[in-house]
Design a protein around this ligand. Structure first.
Ligand SMILES: *Cc1c(COP(=O)(O)O)cnc(C)c1O
Ligand code: SF4
Length: 399
């Protein structure tokens, strides 16, 4: 952590020395549209193939280049999932009746350029000034009171940011308090540490000892506890990951993975299939594959809905059913996660699909937007797209 690169200047210098002046300049030119702060561990930097960085799946996730920039989609809003609207108190997103998201920190050991929560996570950048909704340890009280006073909440996701940013002395009382609330029967901790700093989990007295203690408490209380992590490509898995995953497995900690579908990283049956196999071999359950949300500056990484549908078709049957991920889209406007095949209508020509989310708002139509085809005229208004879709499919859309 101490040796992480934490500024654009340091990363620029690193790329210049490790690769070329041209690549360093390409990175520098991307900063004007990059919503995420720079922070990379030496471990992640060492996994990038510096002989061919442009095609490298890790470089693509963590180091933006101006040469691959695609303008943002017109439907983009900074908080595209409308989490702000679903937040009853600072640091809590309560969208689904029985589940709550506790945004316990705003920082991460490594920043992904495509972070869904780029409106909140990490420090300000040239392109984006962040909201400050996350609860901080001295403000958790309000969030915990809300969860305690809302008996419908049975399942709490401790996220952010990355829970690894919370030192053990803060994380443990938080998990203990949550597990001791009678109506909370499941607690999950979201952290990418297994993917970006697995060696940190090998220290038995360190951060992972909190997971072990929480697991023990959960079991005593007959509750569920799990770690949710985030691998997107098999190249992120090393012999150190294997040791760390084994240590977690040995201590009875359930680990699930939430991958994001990224163009040029894991959008082929081969690349995604290899990742799923590698996760299963680590005893990590491939829980979700998310369609990439609308995030500023990362339109180049988005795939159309059809890619997710085709990947699911190609890969289903590839692993045990319980190790096959759910392919989902988190609907813009706050419709929540829906299975990618559950659209009511999908116009691939326009790149617009329509979903319903009865558990959240039975009367509302939720639209999802594929990346615009390269030849599309810009700027193309979002109202125009919806109108064209509704007019072309009025019969299919009749209630
Ligand atoms: C994803 C999410 C959850 C957890 O949902 P699961 O489908 O149970 O993993 C809870 N709250 C919010 C706001 C979420 O986005
Ligand atoms: S680790 Fe998660 S929260 Fe942090 S930057 Fe990456 S996607 Fe965002």
């Amino acid at each position: 952590m101490r040796n992480s690169l934490r500024s654009p200047e340091r990363l620029y210098e690193f790329i210049r020395v490790e690769s070329s002046q041209a690549l360093a300049d390409d990175f520098a030119a991307s900063l004007a549209s990059n919503p995420m702060q720079v922070r990379l561990t030496p471990y992640v930097l060492a996994l990038i193939n510096w002989h061919d960085p442009v095609a490298d799946p890790l470089r693509r996730q963590f180091i933006p280049l101006a040469s691959e920039y695609v303008p943002d989609h017109p439907a983009l809003g900074l908080d595209s999932l409308s989490e702000h609207q679903a937040s009853p108190v600072q640091g809590v997103v309560h969208r689904y009746p029985s589940k709550a998201l506790l945004l316990a920190t705003r920082s991460c050991p490594v920043y992904c350029r495509f972070c869904t929560r780029s409106y909140l996570v990490g420090g300000d950048t040239v392109a984006v000034t962040k909201a400050h909704e996350a609860a901080t340890p001295n403000r958790w009280q309000q969030a915990l009171d809300y969860i305690r006073d809302t008996p419908a909440i049975e399942d709490v996701v401790v996220s952010g940011g990355d829970a690894y940013s919370l030192p053990a002395r803060h994380l443990w009382p938080l998990l203990q308090t949550l597990l001791e609330i009678e109506h909370v029967r499941s607690v999950r901790v979201a952290s990418k540490v297994l993917a970006v700093l697995p060696c940190a989990l090998l220290d038995e007295d360190g951060w992972s000892s909190v997971l072990v203690a929480a697991q023990r408490l959960a079991r005593e209380r007959r509750k569920q506890f799990a770690l949710h992590t985030h691998f997107n490509h098999a190249r992120e898995i090393t012999w150190v990951t294997r040791l760390a995953a084994d240590a977690l497995f040995d201590r009875g900690i359930k680990v699930r993975n939430q991958a994001v579908l990224l163009r040029g990283v894991n959008d082929t049956p081969q690349s995604l299939g290899t990742l799923l196999d590698a996760l299963v071999a680590l005893n990590v359950e491939p829980y979700y594959v998310y369609l990439h949300d609308l995030v500023p500056g990362s339109e180049a990484l988005r795939t159309p809905l059809s890619t997710a549908i085709e990947l699911e078709e190609a890969l289903r049957g590839h692993t045990s059913g319980f190790d096959f991920p759910r392919f989902v889209v988190d609907l813009p406007g706050g419709g929540g996660k829906r299975h990618v095949c559950s659209f009511r209508h999908y116009d691939q020509g326009l790149g617009v699909s329509l979903f319903r989310a009865p558990a959240i708002d039975p009367g509302r139509r939720y639209y999802h937007f594929d990346p615009l085809p390269p030849q599309a005229q810009r700027p193309i208004g979002i109202e125009g797209l919806i109108e064209a879709f509704d007019n072309a499919h009025s019969e299919a859309l009749a209630p």
